[in-house]
Design a protein around this ligand. Sequence first.
Ligand code: DAK
Length: 277
Amino acid sequence: MLLPIFAANFKKINNNIMDYKNLEVKNSSGIIILTINREKALNALNDQTMIELHDFFTNVAPRRKKAKGIVITGAGEKSFVAGADIKEFVGMDEKAAMKLAKRGQDIFFMIERFPKPIIAAVNGFALGGGCELAMACHMRIASEKARFGQPEVNLGIIPGYGGTQRLIQHVGKGKAIELMMTGDMIGAAEAKGLGLVNHVVPHGESVKKAKEIIKKIGTKAPIAIGKVVECANAYFNGVIDGYSVEVEEFGTCANSEDFKEGASAFAERRAAKFQGK
Ligand code: DAK
């Protein structure tokens, strides 16, 4: 009998897949359907989910050579991903926060740079880290009930998984700054008008539409598809690395009294009282 740790490694080597608690991986006609599966917490990205996402994009997705692409969605009827798991961040210090922000950015870079299409099927709330996850995908299909937003300022922080950069890329600087400063949520139709989403479909049909698009892309030349991704990303390789600035400033915010207050207030279901400290 193998010790548990060896058994886990053995399974990983043989199946290329660790035992995921919060991710569901399914094959649907050669397309991977990756579901963030924490419905009770509106699929918020807790540490375990981030570990699993990292494993999936490091060890699983690149080895599924025959897969045509990936659809990322959220479990249930209500939410794609309602953000990072705020409850886990109470009491976190600057160093730990920066490390986690960097890890999140690295995962989302793997998604953005993946040489096959990755489409977010946004079936509800896409807030904070959820909006950032959707924005790292190559396209976004929104259910008509989808809601997008970057409400980090309500907690005393800024987007930390690439959102300050990608929201500008998708909707332009003025609107991105408005959304990040106000924390306002917008609906699917407005998101489409801004260029944040590619298509709006009836509720419950976002995965279907995403699969149709991936199926069509599957008939094209694979090398060319990979190069489209590479070139599109190259357009945004600026001289100043905004992503590193984001990690730095995320750490500063995470170290503030305001962040402690914002995260505690959310957990305690009360309005935050910010002091600017
Ligand atoms: N984290 C943890 N739990 C969450 C959550 C979240 N982001 N969003 C919802 N939930 C939980 C709720 O707490 C509740 O659980 P119970 O209290 O019942 O156990 C359950 O999901 C259902 O939520 P509600 O009862 O609130 O449902 P409603 O329909 O009334 O409201 C809502 C839905 C989406 C409007 C509301 O849940 C909400 O405002 N959620 C928070 C949205 C939000 O602010 N998201 C976070 C954005 S900030 C970091 C890196 C990144 C980040 C932070 C740190 N480091 C590296 C340190 C990122 C931060 C963000 O993403």
